[in-house]
Design a protein around this ligand. Structure first.
Ligand SMILES: Cc1ncc(COP(=O)(O)O)c(C=O)c1O
Length: 399
């Protein structure tokens, strides 16, 4: 559309895209905001017009499990921010993760991924994919040589996540995407922690990028969703799997996501800044054994993060000297944090991996993944950073 092209043409900043992109085709009757279209199906005056839309010869919608105007606007906004040719959405982030994997993999295929992927993703790798005859090799997350060696043994799909949940490890997307392609693999990256404002994996060489939209894209802890972006061909295959298996995004959820994404750049800028300040403060606290945040110079992959990220994100994690008992004491003393299994919200959210990212895993599995029981994942909200530091200071002191 002419108007849309003018607002979102090349050269427009991501901040502007957050506000304007993707919406024009879904606006109706002069409304400035995308409507929530709650219609299961779309009517046509004659069979020819209906067939044209059904066969993709004309724009439009047939049935909301497949496409819906509100959902389409959300997909278009993320597509623009990730610089992709195509995007498709899902009812949750895990539906996007599993839908992508099941759409693209066949029995006999081999997946290479990281030990530190999100807990739910890890369960898909260890429990469900092997059941369908897909071999999965999970490598030490930051052992790039080890990952390259695993790829050299053959690989259909390389699945990356960076920064990781909850230990904020960073992998070199450019290097691993090149190695994945040399092995003939499709390369996928979960960009949930970074957001499209801080990192664009497609521009760094991956074939697909996906998000749990529940997190920063939604930003207000009141909606679930997922989205995958990439080439028309790959996204088309994933869309086909989703339209048939049915984990479609609800139009109201899509509306909330569109509304939230209009402030994504403001929230992310604030969260980047506050998280760095809080991470630096935590590093100086005697009760804190370790601080994981890619923006810290002490972070083992800080140089890679500087190369591939524009900001380091709103999530950090820190270890307490006193282990899980200290977590038990400190968490209830935080006044300015929800103790909840979520992240990326306007309010600060804190929790241990045992009840958040790795709730699906046993204590033994967490230990095998190198996730200490004394760790707290801290997702920085948009509150005043000084207030958050004071809150953390009081909680550490009282405990
Ligand atoms: C990195 C990452 N990917 C995927 C997911 C799954 O998203 P959802 O909870 O929306 O299914 C999460 C959830 O915490 C996550 O942190």
């Amino acid at each position: 559309m002419v108007e849309e092209n003018r607002r979102t043409s090349a050269g427009v900043s991501p901040d502007t895209l957050s506000v304007w992109a993707g919406e024009d085709a879904s606006l109706v009757q002069g409304a400035t905001q995308v409507p929530v279209v709650y219609s299961a199906a779309y009517g046509y005056p004659d069979v020819d017009a209906w067939l044209d839309v059904a066969l993709g010869r004309a724009p439009g919608h047939v049935y909301s499990r497949n496409t819906n105007p509100t959902v389409h606007a959300f997909e278009e906004k993320v597509r623009a921010l990730e610089g992709a040719a195509a995007a498709t959405s899902f009812s949750t982030g895990m539906a996007a993760v599993s839908g992508t994997l099941f759409a693209l993999l066949f029995p006999g295929d081999r997946v290479v991924s990281l030990k530190d992927t999100y807990g739910g993703t890890n369960v898909v790798f260890t429990e469900f994919l092997p059941r369908f005859g897909v071999e999965v090799e999970l490598c030490e997350t930051t052992d790039h040589e080890g990952i390259e060696a695993a790829l050299a043994d053959g690989c259909s799909l390389l699945y990356l996540e960076t920064p990781t949940n909850p230990t904020l490890k960073v992998v070199d997307i450019v290097r691993l995407a090149a190695a994945g392609h040399a092995a003939g693999a499709i390369v996928v990256a979960d960009n949930t922690f970074a957001t499209p404002l801080n990192q664009n994996p497609l521009a760094l060489g991956t074939d697909l990028v996906l998000h749990s939209a529940t997190k920063f894209l939604g930003g207000h802890a009141d909606v679930l969703g997922g989205v995958v972006c990439g080439s028309t061909e790959l996204v088309g295959r994933i869309y086909h799997f989703r339209e048939i298996t049915g984990a479609s995004l609800d139009p109201m959820a899509a509306y909330l996501l569109i509304r939230s994404m209009k402030t994504l750049h403001l929230r992310v800028a604030r969260q980047n800044e506050s998280a760095l300040r809080i991470a630096e403060w935590l590093e100086a606290q005697p009760a804190v054994s370790v601080v994981n945040y890619p923006g810290l110079e002490s972070h083992p992959q800080h140089d890679v993060a500087v190369r591939q990220m524009r900001g380091f994100g709103g999530v950090l994690s820190f270890g307490l000297e006193g282990g899980f008992e200290a977590v038990r004491r400190v968490l209830p003393r935080l006044r300015l944090a929800h103790r909840a299994a979520n992240l990326g919200a306007v309010e600060t959210v804190a929790g241990p991996p045992a009840t958040t990212s790795h709730v699906e895993c046993t204590a033994e599995e967490r230990a095998a993944m190198g996730i200490p029981e004394g760790l707290i994942r801290y997702s920085v909200g948009i509150e005043d950073a000084g207030d958050l530091i004071a809150d953390l200071g009081r909680a550490l002191e009282d405990a």
